[in-house]
Design a protein. Structure first.
Length: 279
């Protein structure tokens, strides 16, 4: 029995996130994604129109939806942009097994079908609009503005920088641009190494001996300087055509209910490690 048959049989009315590639980022980041929606509520946003660049299995879409439902209720929108097509450049990845697995899931359309299943479980109070295309193509056709734009697509420098540049054009004043996989800030890493490897996906920084996404680090720094981040999730707010860091301190910290037991434990364990340093 293949994955899609299992989903039809055992997950007919609930999300499917038990695949080992369903939640690609550290689960703790979803806690802070939900806190970001609360931040917007506390800062007088009345409704939410959210744009997600890179949706994959829909785990992040489900997280946004849960938070929007909790803090804003009805008549809100989530726009999901993802081509759900192979995009990995083999030479930019150290783990060829990882690349082959991801490419296979995309080529067989498994990821897209699981995404469609997962978003069907979202409350009909929230409108989910799917745009199956690459982000640059989407932005060329887009004429709407958004309260929050989340960037988690291709992690190469060129792609992240272009996504940020496009996001800046379509974010509302007081809106938030945020993203995933800012493992290290530029002033923490070997800058020459980051520059020469900026289109590699996930490698070890020789200065800190920690793994990071050099493309994300460089593109975010070039666009905004140092930004506040929480376990690799980053966010910054537009304010009168300028950009300011936000604080997620003293807000609610919820684990998404669609996480399985392992994902929930990982999220809480990591959260406890960084709780004392939340900005």
């Amino acid at each position: 029995m293949n994955i899609l048959d299992i989903i039809k049989k055992d997950y007919s009315n609930v999300p499917y996130l038990d695949h080992n590639r369903a939640v690609l980022s550290a689960p703790v980041r979803h806690i802070f994604m939900m806190s970001t929606i609360e931040y917007l509520k506390k800062n007088n946003h009345k409704k939410i129109k959210l744009l997600e660049i890179g949706s994959w299995f829909g785990a992040s879409t489900l997280t946004w939806a849960q938070a929007i439902d909790k803090f804003f209720g009805e008549q809100n929108e989530i726009h999901c942009v993802d081509a759900w097509k192979p995009f990995f450049e083999t030479s930019n990845h150290e783990s060829q097994d990882y690349v082959q697995e991801m490419e296979s899931l995309l080529e067989k359309d498994v990821v897209y079908h699981i995404f469609k299943h997962n978003v069907k479980t979202i409350s009909n109070k929230i409108k989910v609009i799917t745009h199956r295309k690459f982000s640059d193509d989407f932005f060329k056709e887009n004429n709407e503005t958004y309260d929050l734009i989340f960037i988690d697509a291709d992690h190469s420098y060129d792609s992240v920088l272009k996504d940020i540049q496009n996001a800046k054009k379509f974010i509302k004043d007081d809106g938030i641009i945020c993203g995933d996989d800012l493992n290290l800030q530029l002033d923490q890493v070997d800058m020459n190494f980051a520059e020469s490897n900026k289109n590699k996906d996930f490698i070890q920084d020789p200065k800190t001996k920690k793994n990071f996404h050099p493309g994300v680090t460089m593109a975010v720094s070039e666009s905004f300087g140092n930004v506040n981040s929480w376990g690799g999730y980053w966010a910054i707010q537009k304010s009168n055509s300028c950009w300011k860091n936000i604080s997620l301190a003293e807000l609610n910290y919820d684990v998404p209910r669609h996480f399985n037991e392992t994902q929930s434990k990982m999220a809480m364990s990591h959260f406890k490690d960084i709780e004392h340093s939340i900005l």
